[in-house]
Design a protein around this ligand. Structure first.
Ligand code: UDP
Length: 471
């Protein structure tokens, strides 16, 4: 009797950053649940952190087809990767690319039949084409920001780019179809302000509109109902799009449907302070503002003090994540400056964010508008105050305020009185309105994940297509 062939093996290759690793591990598990084998490829640096701080190894024991595999990024161990990730990408293009090609050819012991790689890496598409393995691009930014990247050539051609931070940033941008109504210069990705059309970031992202259509499909961590006007424009350039987000919630929903009982998923690259959940347990319903600027953003000492005074003067309770490396140019956070509101404020180095946002005591999120944080907040039904730091965050924060009416966009301002007033507005004055809008959006996210919902159906289609296209 003929032997049944083993399930197809997909190699997933995320960008070596917390946000993308986080969401793509969830995608990995969803594919394992869909009957595929998965090799999860990360750089040595990320591999070491995952093995130290996350429970990926124990979590994936339930999936015998899962492998965590490491590849070198070509940089010395002590390189400050978090601060200088353009250097990481540059090094990977030169050093990791040939190693990746070898791996695809040898499979590291397994036969790789399909690749899912972060489009931000660039080179995996060339390599996969070269060795004849189908590749799906995944992007862990918003569809809106990706669409802006697609439109960079038109923005340059129309003369809307370049501009500088000294130009009038409130001028409307016309060359991004579907976003003409609300997009201003200040809402474009931060690198657009460089005043230089040859800026390395502009160069890096200009190729998106030509690269993405070359892939077998484009996988996005979003859901149709959240970004449908943009998605309908994007489909014109890149017809095969799978919107399967919010991934963190999609996984929970699939696991609940299978009745599987697995250890909690912690895929942090830092140690989580779980005591803040105990502190939250003792706080009133929707009374706490959660404050976090993600894994990469830094603030100056002055900005730290503006936030501190703004939060304290607002009179609201807050839980604030201040990473030990989050004050630019300082090796430690000057905690001695942040004294005097201990009964209302709680500071941690790193929090279990998804659980924090789902906690009934949390009523608002002051965020840097990273895409994962934004989606996690949308799903949890938590209104936001946005203080975007860079890249896609400038676009995301505009959507939060103008398109979705889920809170305030505080970009380009860091002033204690503005912070104080904005926090009061979100948590008190306009609380009901924002809570209502956030609850509606959260409900539409949940519907998209349910049987027959948009993200549910796109994932089914993705798994079928991977199985059909695999070589
Ligand atoms: N995160 C976390 N604990 C924290 C802060 C952030 O677990 O204290 C997680 C958060 O849930 C999200 C990711 O780190 O999944 C940050 O990704 P995002 O895209 O929001 O921002 P980035 O860190 O890439 O700027």
């Amino acid at each position: 009797m003929a032997k049944t062939p083993p399930p197809q093996r997909v190699l997933i290759f995320p960008l070596p950053l917390q946000g993308p690793v986080n969401s793509m591990l969830k995608l990995a598990e969803l594919l394992c649940l869909g009957g595929l084998h998965v090799t999860f490829l990360v750089t040595d640096h990320i591999d070491a952190r995952l093995r130290r701080y996350s429970n990926v190894q124990t979590r994936f024991q339930s999936y015998p087809g899962f492998r965590l595999q490491a590849i070198s990024d070509g940089l010395p161990e002590n390189h400050p990767r978090g601060d200088k990730f353009l250097e990481v990408f540059e090094s990977m293009k030169v050093y990791t690319k040939p190693l990746f090609k070898e791996l695809l050819q040898s499979g590291g012991g397994d036969r790789i039949s399909c690749v899912i790689a972060d489009g931000g890496l660039g080179f995996p598409l060339d390599v996969a084409e070269d060795v004849g393995i189908p590749l799906f691009i995944v992007r862990t930014i918003s569809a809106a920001c990706l669409w802006v990247f697609f439109c960079l050539p038109q923005l340059i051609q129309s003369g809307e780019l370049p501009f500088t931070g000294d130009d009038d940033l409130d001028v409307r941008v016309k060359s991004v179809p579907g976003m003409e109504r609300f997009l201003r210069r200040r809402d474009l990705p931060s690198f657009c302000r460089s005043g230089n059309v040859a800026d390395p970031n502009i160069e890096l992202y200009k190729g998106e509109s030509t690269n993405n259509p070359r892939a077998a499909g484009l996988i996005l961590n979003t859901f149709e109902e959240l970004e449908s006007p943009i998605l309908s424009h994007m489909c014109g350039v890149c017809p095969n799009i799978y919107t399967i987000g919010p991934l963190h919630a999609h996984l929970k929903s699939k696991l609940a449907a299978t009745g599987a009982s697995l250890p909690d998923f912690s895929n942090s690259l830092w140690e989580e302070d779980r005591f803040c959940l105990v502190w939250l347990d003792s706080q009133p319903h929707k009374s706490v503002l959660y404050v976090s600027f993600g894994s990469l953003a830094t603030v100056t000492r002055d900005q730290l003090m503006e936030f501190w005074h703004g939060l304290v003067n607002s009179g609201q309770r807050f839980l604030w994540v201040i990473r030990h490396d989050s004050v630019a140019g300082e090796s430690r956070v000057p905690m001695e400056l942040l004294q005097g509101s201990e009964e209302r404020g709680f500071i941690v180095d790193w929090a279990p964010q998804e659980e924090v946002l789902a906690h009934p005591a949390v009523g608002g999120f002051l965020t840097h508008s990273g895409w994962n944080s934004t989606l996690e907040s949308v799903y949890a039904g938590v209104p936001m105050i946005c203080w975007p730091y860079f890249l896609d965050q400038q676009v995301n924060s505009r959507l939060v305020e103008e398109e979705w009416k889920l809170g305030f966009d505080m970009k380009d301002t860091c002033d204690r009185s503005v912070i104080e007033e904005t926090v009061r507005n979100l948590m008190e004055v306009r609380k009901d309105e924002f809570q209502r809008n956030a609850a509606q959006m959260a409900s539409s996210a949940k519907t998209s994940l349910g049987d027959g919902g948009s993200s549910f159906s796109h994932l089914e289609r993705l798994i079928q297509d991977i199985k059909a296209k695999s070589v």
